[in-house]
Design a protein around this ligand. Structure first.
Ligand SMILES: [Zn+2]
Length: 194
């Protein structure tokens, strides 16, 4: 039975590597997969899912207003696809998560979504909130804080390593970096800046 999956994590947990490995397992068994990732600039269709450990794959892209049920249905009409993989799933809209649920229910193809659970301010991303509500199965891709505890939170840092506590949920092309922390160390990092 096809299911909607949500594999969630904080930053730098290796979720893209897990996605690419899972897709590879299908292809090794001669089953095709369809990879989607968020369109982060104006070039539709020119996506790439890349992992920090050095592996990457070309991927189609999704934009905020796009009907993903129609897009996937059109792709399935071209050739058989055994499974759909969606990276950067935190950037899906709630409507798009419902469209993916329809792909699972009506087209009977599994959809595996990979994304961040919360942003640098500890708030759910819209796509992640909808997936937490609708997914049939959820799994956490884990990483650890510098103290060894499980990291569930992320801070946005400026070039000097100070936590940035205000700003847009999505920031592209800046000089800031992200560090994943346990909740206690996230609270300490944020408190130091307030
Ligand atoms: Zn910690």
């Amino acid at each position: 039975m096809a299911k909607l999956y949500f594999n969630y994590s904080t930053m730098n947990a290796g979720k893209s590597a897990v996605l690419l490995q899972a897709s590879h397992n299908y292809r090794e068994n001669h089953m095709d997969t369809y990879l989607l990732t968020a369109q982060i600039d104006s070039r539709a269709g020119e996506g790439r899912i890349a992992s920090r450990i050095g592996i990457s794959e070309a991927a189609d892209t999704f934009a905020p207003g796009e009907d993903l049920f129609a897009k996937i249905k059109a792709r399935l009409a071209e050739s058989d696809v055994a499974s759909i993989f969606v990276d950067e799933a935190q950037f899906l809209t709630s409507d798009q998560v419902w469209q993916l649920a329809r792909v699972v229910d009506d087209l009977r193809v599994p959809v595996l979504c990979y994304g961040l659970r919360v942003d640098f301010q500890g708030q759910l991303f819209p796509g992640s909130a909808a997936l937490l509500a609708l997914a049939d199965e959820m799994r956490e891709v884990r990483t650890i804080c510098h103290c060894g505890k499980k990291a569930t939170m992320v801070i946005r840092q400026d070039a000097t390593g100070r936590a940035i506590t205000k700003g847009d949920q999505v920031q592209i092309g800046g000089n800031e970096s992200y560090v994943s922390l346990c909740r206690r160390h996230w609270r300490a990092a944020v408190a130091a800046e307030n």
